[in-house]
Design a binder for this molecule. Structure first.
Ligand code: HEC
Length: 120
């Protein structure tokens, strides 16, 4: 009995570790660059030049943040007429690669660390 419990706990923790592993985005930035040509029309080739105020800047955002945003558009948990359409034909690997590409760009708004302190 005790042994079964111990084995169950072992399997559960192994699954947890695997689950966390697969949930992490692991894209290939070079592949993402190739796939990002359509995105550039609105977000800019490096994700820095927003053509409209409502087109977010993607450069330098965290890879997992970008990946989860894209996943949300694909699954429909995040609704936006433009972006839902953009990702509908893309695979999960495409989303990971695109996230890696834009995450690897230098962020435009690198706020100095003392900015908040100075404002107090
Ligand atoms: C026709 C213009 C257009 C194109 C092309 C486009 N986007 Fe977007 N994108 C938008 C708009 C508008 C939003 C803001 C949507 C919202 O409010 O949720 C957005 C939002 C996003 C976000 C969420 C950013 C955040 O900070 O929450 C990501 C990530 C993103 N786009 C990636 C992409 C990728 C990758 C592609 C190419 C496959 C792409 N976009 C193509 C217009 C576009």
């Amino acid at each position: 009995m005790q042994r079964t419990v111990r084995i169950t706990a072992l399997v559960a923790s192994a699954l947890l570790v695997l689950g966390v592993g697969t949930a992490r985005a692991a894209g290939n930035p070079a592949a993402g660059k190739e796939k990002s040509q359509t995105c550039a029309a609105c977000h800019g080739p490096l994700g820095k030049t927003s053509q409209q105020p409502n087109y977010p800047i993607l450069a330098g955002q965290h890879e997992s943040y970008l990946y989860h945003a894209l996943k949300g558009y694909k699954s429909g948990t995040r609704q936006n007429a433009v972006m839902n359409g953009m990702v509908s034909q893309l695979s999960d690997q495409d989303l990971q690669d695109l996230a890696a590409w834009f995450a690897s760009q230098e962020h435009l708004y690198t706020v100095p660390l003392d900015r908040d302190a100075a404002a107090e």
